[in-house]
Design a protein around this ligand. Structure first.
Ligand SMILES: Cc1ncc(COP(=O)(O)O)c(C=O)c1O
Length: 398
């Protein structure tokens, strides 16, 4: 089996997903790694304990199960190392704590995931970090915002809920010239459809809660660093005492095996519905980066190799007074789409997006923004369900 690693280096993504992250011969041939639950790890003698000269030393510092997942993620990201944390939000906050200090300035994209903004506006600000939000379309123009104390540039593309694209390579190039760390929340694309480190990003962030889990039952985050930033990231997670559990790691590794084929289905169904919605008389516009009419589509086409299954649309309303009533009528008429947060699971979800936190990418003026997570169900059924929503929304009078 010695040449398996070489084979996988040039293999297709589904082959790599099926075969990375564990070595069956290490576990008597069993194809999946064992779930090793641990706090204590024993040392054979005092000298080994004193020098910590063995692979595993304590549960928070890794187990064979968490290592198997980290190895699989590193293979997908092309990273020097990956840490596991208990949620996607922690996958953002831990690297911010790792790389920012009091007196630093951080540039955060305005279309960021709201809880990230909340962390920046509360804890990070309280710690003495100055936070400034920037336009996702800024590209190399970010240079004008960089101050002598700017230390970190955070990107997220597409943006949360409204899906604005970012020129990640241009932003990274400028940020590095000024000595900044570039972080990216790449949850939407997964490393299958965009590899941040290949585009100059230093720290790739994922809510593994979404597509890697795939079944709406696990919370986990992964943070992967390039060689230059790995040590500092690793040190931070050890210092904070934040780690992912072996049981959850096992489930995420299990999810990775089918993530490629699931994503193909999410992509195909979501695009099918997005194109249908674009032509729908009750839809003002569709916010999906893979649609040629969407601003930022050129960047998506240039840099991304696929699209996942979550996008939004703006519901048509004739009067502003109808906004909430129509949006609620639409949601309440749905049978298959559940009303719930999160995404990336097998089941479809819908919600009305709130954008009152934005300072640059404001709420579309035309009507409410409805976000759809397209699951693995049959498209004709999802379409029928959405039609019921449109009929209910249209029945609302001003
Ligand atoms: C883009 C993005 N990043 C991070 C997260 C946080 O993930 P978690 O729910 O695991 O904290 C989410 C959750 O919705 C998200 O949409």
């Amino acid at each position: 089996m010695s040449d398996k690693r070489d084979f996988l280096a040039t293999a297709g993504v589904n082959t790599r997903l099926a075969h990375t992250g564990n070595v069956p011969s290490d576990y008597h041939g069993f194809v999946n790694p064992p779930i090793v639950r641990a706090s204590t790890v024993l040392f054979p003698d005092a000298r080994t304990m004193d020098t910590r000269a063995q692979k595993y030393t304590y549960g928070t510092r890794g187990t064979p199960t968490t290592d198997a997942l980290c190895e699989a993620i590193d293979a997908l990201e092309g990273s020097a190392g990956t840490i596991l944390v208990p949620s996607g939000l922690a996958a953002v906050t831990v690297p911010f704590l790792a790389f920012l200090s009091s007196g630093d300035h951080a540039l955060i994209v305005d279309s960021v995931y709201f809880p990230t903004r909340n962390f920046c506006n509360t804890m990070l600000t309280r710690m003495g970090v100055t936070v400034e939000y920037y336009d996702p379309a800024i590209g190399a123009g970010i240079e004008a915002l960089i101050r002598p104390n700017t230390r970190l540039v955070h990107t997220e593309a597409p943006g949360s809920n409204t899906f604005e694209m970012q020129d990640i390579s241009a932003i990274s190039g400028v940020a590095h010239r000024h000595g900044c760390v570039v972080t990216m929340d790449n949850t939407w694309a997964t490393p299958l459809y965009f590899k941040p480190l290949d585009h100059g990003v230093d720290i790739s962030i994922h809510a593994a809660t979404k597509y890697p889990s795939g079944h709406s039952d696990i919370l986990m985050g992964t943070v992967s660093a390039n060689a230059k930033h790995w040590e500092q990231l690793h040190e931070a997670t050890i210092t904070l005492g934040i780690c992912g559990s072996p049981d959850d790691s096992y489930q995420i590794l299990r999810g990775l095996r089918t993530m490629g084929v699931r994503l193909e289905r999410h992509q195909e169904s979501a695009l099918n519905l997005a194109r249908w919605l674009e032509e729908h008389e009750d839809v003002e516009r569709v916010l999906h980066p893979a649609l040629p009419r969407f601003p930022g589509h050129d960047i998506w086409k240039r840099d991304f190799t696929g699209a996942s299954g979550i996008f939004s649309f703006v519901l048509k309303v004739s009067e502003q007074a109808q906004v909430k009533a129509r949006a609620h009528a639409f949601l309440d008429a749905l049978s298959i789409f559940g009303l719930g947060y999160s995404w990336g699971g097998y089941e479809s979800l819908a919600l009305v997006v709130g954008l009152s936190d934005r300072t640059i990418c404001k709420q579309p003026a035309e009507g409410p923004v409805i976000r759809l997570q397209i699951g693995l169900e049959d498209v004709p059924d999802l379409r029928r369900d959405l039609e019921a929503g449109f009929a209910a929304a249209a029945a609302v009078s001003a």
